[in-house]
Design a protein around this ligand. Structure first.
Ligand code: 2AM
Length: 198
């Protein structure tokens, strides 16, 4: 299964993000926009992973999150990778609590690497991907994107858990399902095991 670990966003926050990018979508630029339901913050992309490791993964994530309490996430500002001048991945950033999210990521990397999951080579930059540029965009378009989205007040998100997602790719796009919801400060919740044995 193609897996990743991430933080889900509230429906209100996802709606606010989709609303902010919607005027840009209508302009027909060659961007593959993330569907509203798919908006999330990736903590770690695991790629192809045996289904038999999902429970182990959730256990390691629970261990990594033991000292954490739920927090309020502030989603704000916009940017692009690698740069706004040559945008490939369009994103919305995290304003707060940056240090806490970084600490969670670091704990998770430590726990997972101890069990043989390779560490990310790229530095961690928490963000919500809202689109991927698929062709040429006009000079300055990256800045247009950022200024259209910067300053928009997205909803604050109450975050009490992080998740193991399965990503299924198809010609219609990616479909994400939540395999495990791992609460902060507790054990992995195994009620959402749908799809784990598929
Ligand atoms: P991103 O949106 O933050 O770039 C699910 O596919 C998520 O995993 C994506 O949202 C993407 O995060 C990340 N992802 C997908 N393919 C990846 C890859 N090959 N390497 C790193 N991260 C990847």
């Amino acid at each position: 299964m193609r897996l990743f670990i991430g933080i889900g966003l509230s429906p209100e926050c996802r709606r606010a993000i989709a609303g902010a990018v919607s005027p840009l979508r209508k302009k027909g630029v060659p961007v593959s926009w993330t569907p509203e339901d798919n908006l999330h913050m990736t903590l770690k992309f695991l790629g192809e992973t045996p289904a038999s490791r999902v429970n182990e993964l959730a256990g390691l994530m629970a261990e990594a999150a033991r000292g954490f309490l739920p927090f309020l996430l502030r989603v704000e500002d916009a940017g692009a990778f690698p740069t706004l001048r040559s945008p490939r991945v369009l994103w919305i950033g995290i304003r707060e609590p940056l240090e806490l999210v970084r600490k969670l990521h670091q704990n998770m990397e430590n726990a997972l690497s101890g069990a043989g999951f390779p560490r990310d080579e790229r530095p961690f930059h928490p963000h919500v991907t809202v689109g991927r540029v698929r062709g040429r965009v006009a000079p300055g378009w990256g800045e247009t994107f950022a200024s259209a989205v910067s300053g928009v007040a997205f909803d604050t998100v109450f975050v009490a858990s992080y998740r193991v997602y399965e990503s299924r790719l198809s010609p219609l796009g990616a479909h994400y399902s939540v395999l495990r919801e791992v609460p902060f400060g507790g054990e992995a919740d195994r009620t959402e095991e749908r799809g784990a044995e598929e």
